[in-house]
Ligand binder design. Structure first.
Ligand code: BDR
Ligand code: CA
Length: 318
């Protein structure tokens, strides 16, 4: 079978970088391109990080495009306390040699989706600014995209940015509103499932038995991320949200799903950016997406570790 064709929209970010590595380690899928957005760090830093991670994994041929540096309406909100000032924790990757394509991220997404109708799976693991504008600019992408997997939201789970809101949605709730109401075939991967998926110090130590730049990068970046989780959330290890969303492109059985009408609060009060499901069908609105609400967490972490081991060995030998 031909590999599934994937487009990333991302803000690397520690777990975004891990999602890119997981994609490169997965023969079931092929990355067609990456559009970058503000979020965990500035868009320019995220662009540098994307190119550097691709070079680290010898995948510099993948086209990368710069998207928006600001949310649609809200002021900028970055996450240095979670991902470090450069977005990759304590990891120091060499400055990239490759350049991004000249096309803006929005044009890039539109062109890639429209040139392969029914073929492209879009994996959105940052704030949804690029996709929202792409939908407004070329509404035909709604029908042309094969499906969209979105890491974002907290349905029954507490927020990680406000008590009620998850980071990707909170940073640009108006963009999330456009996307959620677009009619695209979507799967939401909220904190309800990602917060069950902690990568631990022991897991990282297992990877470090292989001497290669990939485990070193994972160890240096996640050490910072683990310190954040310990200090702010009393979690042992770190939550690898974005790799779970990516894994569902080829291993959907890792999660259990329900179909619901899901919306986001953009009214500007204390629940700004809250994502909520109409579980009892009170609005009578048809379901607008699938949402992952159960996960086989340890199976996923095991899959992640095995693939990182294989990638390390295949790129850098034993
Ligand atoms: C999401 O926010 C970012 O910090 C992570 O990269 C992930 O995409 C989790 O709320
Ligand atoms: Ca992210």
């Amino acid at each position: 079978m031909n590999p599934k064709r994937i487009l990333f929209d991302t803000d690397p970010g520690i777990d975004d970088a891990l999602a890119i590595l997981l994609a490169l380690a997965s023969p079931e899928i092929k990355i067609e391109g990456i559009s970058v957005v503000h979020g965990n760090c500035s868009v320019d830093q995220a662009l540098t990080n994307t190119l550097s991670v691709l070079e680290l994994a010898k995948a510099a041929q993948i086209p990368v495009s710069r998207g928006f540096e600001l949310p649609l309406v809200q002021p900028s909100l970055l996450a240095p306390e979670t991902h470090g000032d450069n977005g990759l924790g304590y990891a120091q990757l060499p400055a990239p040699q490759t350049r991004p394509v000249h096309q803006h991220g929005v044009e890039f997404l539109i062109e890639k989706i429209m040139s392969a109708p029914g073929e492209i799976t879009l994996v959105c693991i940052g704030p949804l600014t690029n996709l929202a504008v792409a939908i407004r600019k070329e509404p035909r992408i709604v029908q042309a995209v094969r499906d969209v997997i979105i890491m974002g939201g907290a349905i029954r789970h507490e927020g990680n940015t406000t008590p009620q809101a998850e980071f990707n949605v909170y940073v640009d709730p108006h963009a999330a509103h456009v996307v959620f109401h677009s009619g695209m075939p979507m799967t939401l991967v909220p904190l309800d499932v990602t917060y069950q998926c902690a990568l631990t110090g022991q897991d990282v130590a297992r990877l470090q038995k292989i001497k290669s730049p990939i485990p070193t990068f994972i160890a240096d970046s996640t050490r910072f991320y683990m310190e954040f989780h310990d200090e702010y959330q009393k979690i042992d290890g770190c939550i690898i949200n974005d790799p779970l969303a990516l894994a569902l492109t080829f291993a959907p059985e890792l999660c259990d799903y329900e179909e619901h009408f899901i919306d986001v609060d953009i009214s500007g009060g204390v629940s700004m950016g809250n994502t909520f499901a109409d579980f009892y069908k009170m609005t009578k609105k048809p379901a607008n997406m699938k949402v992952a609400l159960g996960v086989r967490a340890r199976d996923f972490i095991e899959l992640f570790l095995e693939r990182m081991e294989k990638l390390s060995l295949s790129l850098f030998g034993a």
